[in-house]
Write a protein of this length. Sequence first.
Length: 256
Amino acid sequence: MTTHYLLRRLHSLSGIVPVGVFLVVHLWTNAAAAGGRGSFDRAVGQIQAIPGLPLVELFGIALPLAFHALYGVYLALRAKGNVRQYPYPRNWMFTLQRVTGFVAFAFIALHVAQLRVPKAFGALPWTSFYGALQTMLGEPGMFAVYLIGVTACVVHFANGLWGASQTWGLASSPRASRRAGRAALALGALLWLLGLHTLLHFFWRCGGLLPLPAAQRERACRDGDLVRRENSRRDAFTRAGHFPYTTDRASSTTTR
C-alpha cells in the first residue's frame, strides 16, 4: 500500500471518527440552548468538566480536524471536475463534497476565531458563550452566515458518510449503496433540523424551530430579554464614551 492510499483512508476515517462524532455531539449540546441560558450552561458545563479536556480537544478534535481539512483541501485542488462531460449523480455528489468542504472550512475558522480563540486567551469564559451567541446570531447577516456554515458542515458529513460506506466496502452493491444513501440523507436531515432549531432560538431569542413547554418557553424568553437589556446598556455606555461595565443581576445595578 502506498502512502497516498493510507492517507486517503485515514482522511476518510477521520471524517467520521472523531470529526463526524464531534459534529453530532456539538449540535446536540448546543441544542440545549432552546431551553434557556441555564439549560445551555449545564450542557456546556458537563463538557467543560471532562477530565483532561484540553488534551482531548487538542488530540481528539483539533489535530484530526486540521488533518481532515488540510488534506481535504489538497485532494480537492488536485481533483478534476467532469460533471459537464459526465453529469451523473455520483459526479455531482463528488462536486458537492468539494464545495461544502471549502465552505465548512471557512465557517469553522470563523467560529473558532469568534469563540474558541477568545476563550483560550481568557477573554471569553465559557459561561458567556450563551450571551455571545445571542448577540452574534441576533444579527441577520451573521445568522445567514451560520445557517450556510451549519448547512455546509452537515451536508459535507452526510455526503461523506455515504461515500465512506462505499470506500470501505460496506455498501458496494447498487442496492446497498441506495440504502446507505437514504440512511445518510435521513441522518443529515435530522442534524440540519437540530442545528436550525438552535440557530432560530438565538435569532428569535426565544424558542426555536420546535414548540417548547410553557414554563420552558417563559424561561427562555426571560433569558433573551436579559441579554437584550445587557446589550442595550453596553451600547449606550459605549456611545457615551464610558468604560465597560458589569451587571449585578441580583441587585439589577450597574457599576463601572
